[in-house]
Design a protein around this ligand. Structure first.
Ligand code: GLV
Ligand code: MG
Length: 312
């Protein structure tokens, strides 16, 4: 199923605490492209072990539709990672698409996860390579090693920024993660966003922004998420179903952009195939092969979001 989930949209990635029966029961009805059941930071240490069975039960008993379904395990710097994987992947069945590995600091951590997954797959009758990996970059060391991390395993499907842990790691003086800092003259995370995006795209991965913790401020979320949308990110974490609705909209091309991309491709096709011209005027703009590539990206993303060309 990692082949299935690799190309599915991830405009909204809904976090669901794995120890909460209430949140686990509600999650399938949220309109989110991806959902991850969390065993890491939203689960108290005393609940970590018991949460595994709740997560397995939720995967097996709820109808998750077509969404990408993921479990975030604890990081390799804890004592829980190996048993999280053995127990959850070993018992969840084929509907589980991915494991999310937090606080990844080096390629070796992803390789270790890949090797462990291979053994668990062999032992539990899953196709080898079935489980994909999402890696979170949320420390200074992880960012420094992001190129190696992104090329470390064919199981990788997405690279994910974790702004709250990252702020702590670099000792940024903030107390709320993933929100704007009005006093900073510019975007305090622009370098980080761009760095992760380059590494992800160079390796064909989806690139995802992390949480916006002011969960009641939906307009502020809409504005803040433009930063990564405009750079080219595929989506962002949602902490509530309402946040997911906002993100589904923000990370989809508009109908106008989709139609324009469609028209550029058609004009370019006619010019190159019928008129043997490589560059042409489209309205008051010159377009060429590079314009075709840009328009193709819009079209792919729009189709993934369910858009069709409006009638002419
Ligand atoms: C997410 O895991 C974060 O630390 O922001
Ligand atoms: Mg984190």
């Amino acid at each position: 199923m990692s082949d299935r989930s690799r190309n599915l949209p991830r405009r909204s990635c809904l976090a669901t605490p794995g120890s909460s029966d209430r949140f686990l029961a509600k999650a399938p009805s949220a309109i989110a492209d991806m959902t991850f059941l969390d065993l890491e930071d939203s689960v108290a240490p005393n609940e970590k072990v018991a949460a595994r069975a709740k997560v397995i039960n939720a995967i097996k008993t709820h109808d998750w539709g077509e969404r990408v379904l993921c479990v975030r395990v604890n990081g390799w710097d804890t004592r829980w990672t190996y048993a999280d994987v053995i127990e959850v992947v070993g018992n969840a069945g084929r509907r589980l698409d991915e494991i999310m590995l937090p606080k990844v600091q080096s390629a070796a951590e992803v390789i270790a996860m890949d090797l462990l997954l291979t053994q668990v797959e062999k032992d539990s009758d899953l196709p080898i390579g079935h489980i994909g990996i999402e890696a979170q970059i949320e420390t200074a060391k992880g960012l420094i090693n992001v190129d190696d991390i992104c090329s470390s395993s064919p199981r990788l499907e997405a690279i994910v920024f974790g702004p709250a842990d990252f702020a702590a790691s670099i000792e940024m003086p903030v107390l709320v993660g993933g929100v704007g800092i009005p006093d900073y003259p510019g975007d305090h995370f622009n370098y980080v966003f761009s760095r992760i995006l380059m590494a992800g795209r160079a390796n064909g991965l989806q690139v995802i922004d992390g949480p916006f913790l002011k969960v009641r401020e939906l307009q502020a979320l809409r504005e803040y998420s433009q930063r990564t949308r405009l750079l080219g990110y595929d989506g962002k974490w949602a902490l509530t179903p309402d946040q997911a609705l906002v993100l589904n909209e923000v990370y989809s091309p508009t109908q106008e952009q989709f139609d324009r991309a469609w028209d550029i491709l058609e004009a370019y096709r006619v010019a190159t195939e019928e008129d043997n011209t490589g560059a042409l005027m489209f309205g008051d703009e010159m377009i060429d092969e590079a314009s075709r590539k840009m328009a193709t990206k819009f079209l792919t993303r729009g189709k993934r979001a369910g858009l069709v060309r409006s009638s002419m």
